[in-house]
Ligand binder design. Structure first.
Ligand code: 4AD
Ligand code: MG
Length: 480
């Protein structure tokens, strides 16, 4: 048996040759029209059955959710909605789906809420919405690799299990082979990690950046694209405990070069989606339009999905320093009625997502790159500016999403880095290799991290990050 693809069949001219195709039944109307879907495309293949030619017993098993194989002629369709259809000569049910049981699942043909779909994450990819989202996710991943490969970057695999905390934020999942209930103890009563598998404390990585820096210092331009893990207790529509991150790192590149790269890269992948995923985007756009209709006028989005994506392509991202942003926020009047309530901020404070959304959605009305943040609210590895209080950091902020990219020019000066690590309590003995980079041919270098799921959210218009990854990991949820 060889896999058949409905997407290819739908693009074929009607032929007098018989074709065989397999898929899952979406519906079987009037004992005559089977809507067959195999996941290769949003569109169903219409298979027309002359019921007199088939046994009742077989037809009874052609129910929503069942896997079937049909053989027949591909002909021009008489009905509206499709160019071709199959006139079924042979029909075999490969995997039955009991209608009584299907009724209790999200496979039943009615509108289910996204929350309901999340409860049956193993079945939701068979719905139109999740089929579209997951095809787009895959295409976006391809576009990302294509962008970097075509532009001279090498794909670098950073380790998943690490002995260091790249962000210095302490939000790590411990990896241990010790018996957690009865771990070996040292004389002072603390856990003896010398007896652990790696003979030290290890974690799942929060970012591949530090290792990517070591490779950029040899290969010049590299990128990572892998899973990252954060044990932050953020139950929001933008946070996952396990998410995928893309982290380019470039030698001989400063913050301006880094901003140019981020903007060019994001525009490339969005353009790729518009050009290569038109059907799925149209479906998701219509889905959103329906959803918008249920909202009060004031909360409705001003742009349709593809209009929003095109808008990003056509406009320059606005580059604004943190200090300027604070001035804008201070000047803005709090608006009690709307979402943006607390706009007055003092220099030095970290921006909350409502501030970021105000800047992007209300003030500039386009993607924004904020740069030169206070050193005190950013990670130890960012390059200190001459003012001694800000660092060469950048965050790319997107409408509806907030922060989609976080990056910086890295501190390449040995003494400055060493001193910063001391002040911020970053263990130098563990990160001796990171300091070494600054001893042996140090160079200006920069990079950033793009949260893949946040990008998929933006492109698909899905409101909750749990709905753009197959099996979301969030606090209290690691089912499947
Ligand atoms: O801003 P972050 O924490 O930056 C870093 O990890 C740097 N080491 C990246 C670098 O310079 N190489 O994370 C980068 C991006 C964020 O902008 C956001 O899009 C995403 O990763 N992100 C998350 N996405 C989903 N769930 C979470 N809990 C996320 N935390 C960060
Ligand atoms: Mg960040």
């Amino acid at each position: 048996m060889k896999h058949t693809e409905i997407i290819k069949i739908l693009q074929t001219e009607p032929t007098l040759h018989e074709i065989t195709v397999r898929g899952w039944v979406r519906s079987f109307r009037s004992n005559r029209f089977i809507a067959l879907n195999d996941g290769s495309t949003l569109h169903n293949l219409q298979c027309v059955v002359d019921f007199e030619n088939f046994e009742e017993e077989v037809l009874k098993k052609v129910t929503t959710g069942a896997a079937i194989e049909v053989t027949g002629l591909l002909v021009e369709s008489q009905g509206a909605g499709q160019a071709v259809e199959v006139q079924v000569n042979k029909l075999a049910v490969l995997g039955e789906a009991d209608p009584e049981e299907v009724k209790l699942t999200i496979l039943s043909p009615k509108r289910h809420t996204l929350e309901k779909l999340r409860e049956q994450a193993h079945l939701r990819v068979r719905t139109n919405t999740f089929g579209a989202v997951m095809r787009l996710r895959s295409k976006l991943a391809f576009a990302i690799h294509e962008y970097f490969q075509v532009n001279g970057f090498y794909y670098m695999h950073s380790p998943i299990i690490t002995g260091s905390d790249a962000e210095g934020a302490g939000e790590m999942f411990r990896v241990s082979s010790l018996d957690s209930k009865n771990p070996p103890l040292k004389e002072d009563g603390t856990v003896d990690f010398k007896q652990d598998f790696f003979e030290k404390e290890t974690n799942l990585t929060v970012s591949g950046q530090l290792e990517a820096e070591t490779y950029a210092m040899g290969l010049g331009k590299v990128y990572t694209f892998g899973p990252t893990f954060r044990a932050e207790n953020s139950n929001t529509s933008r946070h996952l405990a396990e998410f995928w991150m893309i982290e380019p790192e470039v030698a001989f590149c400063d913050l301006d070069g880094n901003m140019d790269l981020a903007e060019d890269f994001i525009k490339y992948v969005i353009k790729y989606a518009l050009e290569n995923c038109a059907d799925d985007l149209e479906f998701l756009e219509n889905r959103l339009l329906q959803e918008e209709k249920t909202k009060p006028q004031a909360e409705r989005s001003e742009m349709a999905l593809r209009e929003k994506l095109n808008f990003v392509l056509e406009n320059n991202f606005k580059r604004v320093s943190y200090t300027e942003a604070i001035e804008i926020l201070k000047r803005s009047k709090p608006n009690k009625k709307k979402k943006f309530k607390y706009l007055i901020e003092e220099w030095g404070a970290d921006l909350q997502s409502e501030h970021e959304r105000f800047l992007v959605e209300k003030h500039f009305k386009c993607p924004v790159i904020l740069f030169d943040y206070p050193a005190s609210i950013k990670s130890f590895y960012m390059r200190l500016n001459d003012d001694g209080k800000t660092v060469r950091a950048m965050d790319v902020l997107f409408p509806g999403i907030g922060e989609i990219v976080g990056g910086s020019q890295r501190e390449e000066r040995y003494d400055v880095l060493k001193q910063k690590m001391e002040v911020m309590g970053i263990p130098q003995d563990e990160l001796y290799w990171y300091l070494d980079l600054r001893k042996f041919g140090t160079a200006v270098h920069s990079g950033f991290g793009l949260g893949f799921e946040r990008l998929v959210q933006f492109v698909t218009g899905m409101g909750n990050i749990r709905d753009v990854i197959p099996y979301p990991r969030t606090p209290g949820n690691a089912e499947f």
